[in-house]
Ligand binder design. Structure first.
Ligand code: SF4
Length: 531
């Protein structure tokens, strides 16, 4: 095989940007799989350059000319950016490949703009791409492994790609690590629910932790496990074997059901500084929050006590919620969340709007069958800038009234002050303030308030929301053009639209006739999951 010139681009953001948050945080959001793919390509003897695109880079300057092959990893919100980049690289003669959550959620759409679209990706899939490396147009080839890989190169092997990425982060550097794939829980909106839980090799993990202790005085590790600590004692034994107590700061997403007081004490001893449990709903998903059948205010009380207990040991806790779920009705869910925030003032709330990411979960088939999925451009599908599922029990204005009211409560100066006082350590305190006054808090209030007003005054936009038309409102088009800047000119024709029923159609087609090789279809898609 000839030696290929390969670029691997990890899109951690959806457009060029120069914000302070991007400078401080984006490099810390780098994904693991692009680094793995870069490593595998090098092992096969090719020249590889990886760029983590944080929004600040000029890719033309950073990447060599005459590339043979370009891999792009993207979440759905970065799809339009990925499509524009692919078009640009193709015009310059490169073959392009897309992987990551967007490729797995919307493979039919991605096929229109890439030569290869990857589902579950292991070394053999990458080898197949490298060996074939040819144009597949107008429709790209879909490739995937039967399951996620059972082993991955660790931090030591990926360091060549991790180090230059973290060099971009001026204040703190979070090393991405992975201890497991999949999740034993069954949250209906999450793809990891359908992926069997599988821990990775604990010996590799221990070696990586020892390696990091030699590199940094006090490393910070962000666990990318969908649900950290499912085999809790095995994990802690491994960490305690490799790391003296409290020598590495850890960040992890764990479900509340794993966070008993005994477990939280052990996490504290081992340096866990930030936990991001999912609460999601006051009426559903009791198994993951260990609240059983408790609902409404009973669940608020139980979860609040639990979160307050965690905060006695761990200084930073982010509580995740999903707004607009089918189990929600009337103002009560929003009011209960406000009560929770009053009772657990130290927790930072992260709100997501109910979103159906293509093939992410079987639940989405039901939304598509009921014609409840709206074709918002992918650029806005980040759980916040659009809710692409028509709410079951709310009109759009009612829903946005609730969202605006809750956001104003959560990020009022009073709540910010209470959060500041209820948080024990300096960095977490100020991090909460910065998040609240930035795009995440004040920015969301502004955006949701403007959307609420548009629902009353922007008739074309309201007609789109009400599914009277599928024409993308000008408001969204203008915003994408503004965000993409010079890359707008490379966005292929038709790339603003997608078929919101593609998953349903692919299921019906696969019932009628099996797909022919080499197209392999999977329903198990990893997505922007919420633990
Ligand atoms: S949302 Fe979290 S707990 Fe639920 S299935 Fe997904 S990873 Fe597991």
């Amino acid at each position: 095989m000839r030696k290929l010139r390969i670029a691997v681009i990890d899109l951690v953001t959806k457009a060029p940007t120069r914000t302070l948050y991007a400078r401080v945080m984006h490099a810390n959001l780098a994904s693991i799989m692009p680094q793995v793919i870069a490593h595998w390509c090098e092992e096969e003897g090719h020249d590889v350059k990886l760029v983590c695109f944080t929004g600040l880079e000029n890719l033309v300057e950073e990447l060599p000319d005459n590339l043979d092959l370009v891999f792009i990893g993207a979440f759905t919100q970065a799809a339009q950016l990925a499509y524009a980049l692919s078009n640009q690289f193709r015009q310059n003669g490169a073959i392009t490949v897309i992987g990551g959550p967007h490729a797995r959620c919307y493979p039919e759409d991605a096929q229109k703009y890439f030569d290869y679209v990857l589902g579950f990706t292991d070394k053999k899939v990458i080898r197949d791409v490298l060996q074939d490396c040819s144009r597949h147009r107008p429709l790209g080839v879909r490739l995937e492994a039967k399951q996620q890989p059972t082993s991955l190169p660790g931090v030591r092997e990926r360091w060549k790609f991790i180090e230059p990425t973290l060099r971009k982060s001026p204040f703190f550097k979070i090393v991405p690590m992975l201890g497991s794939m999949g999740c034993p829980y069954t949250c209906s909106f999450c793809i990891d629910a359908a992926v069997p839980y599988q821990p990775l090799d604990f010996e590799v993990m221990k070696d990586d932790l020892r390696f990091l202790l030699k590199i940094y005085k006090r490393p910070v590790v962000g666990w990318h496990d969908p649900n950290f600590g499912v085999r809790f004692d095995d994990y802690m034994d491994a960490i305690e074997d490799a790391v003296p107590p409290d020598h590495i700061d850890f960040i992890a997403e764990s479900s509340l059901s794993l966070l008993s007081e005994a477990n939280v004490k052990r996490l504290r001893r081992n340096g866990f500084k930030a936990l991001l449990p999912g609460i999601e709903s006051w009426y559903d998903l009791g198994n993951k929050s260990k609240t059983g059948k408790a609902q409404g205010m009973d669940k608020v009380r139980q979860v609040s006590e639990h979160i307050n207990m965690i905060m006695r040991y761990v200084p930073y806790v982010q509580a995740n919620f999903v707004l607009g779920l089918d189990t929600d009705e009337g103002p009560e869910p929003f009011e209960l969340t406000k009560r929770f925030l009053d009772m657990s003032p130290g927790a930072f709330p992260a709100f997501s709007l109910l979103s159906a990411f293509g093939q992410a979960a079987e639940l989405n088939l039901g939304y598509q069958r009921d014609n409840r999925v709206l074709p918002f451009p992918f650029h806005f599908l980040n759980n916040n800038h659009a809710m692409n599922v028509r709410p079951k029990n709310y009109s759009w204005p009612e829903l946005y009234d609730g969202i605006v009211s809750l956001s104003r409560h959560a990020f009022s100066w009073r709540a910010i002050g209470k959060r500041f006082r209820a948080t024990g350590e300096t960095i977490p305190r100020w991090l909460n303030v910065v998040r609240a006054v930035s795009s995440e808090g004040f920015g969301r209030i502004k955006y949701h308030t403007a959307m609420r007003q548009r629902l009353d005054h922007d008739r074309p936009l309201r007609r789109f929301f009400e599914q009277e038309t599928i024409e993308i409102p000008q408001f969204y088009i203008d915003r994408i053009q503004q965000d993409l800047g010079p890359l707008w000119q490379w966005l292929p024709a038709g790339a603003l639209q997608h078929d919101p029923h593609a998953y349903l159609k692919s299921e019906s087609a696969s019932v009628r006739a099996p797909m022919s090789a080499p197209v392999k279809v999977s329903r198990r898609v990893e997505v922007e999951q919420l633990v």
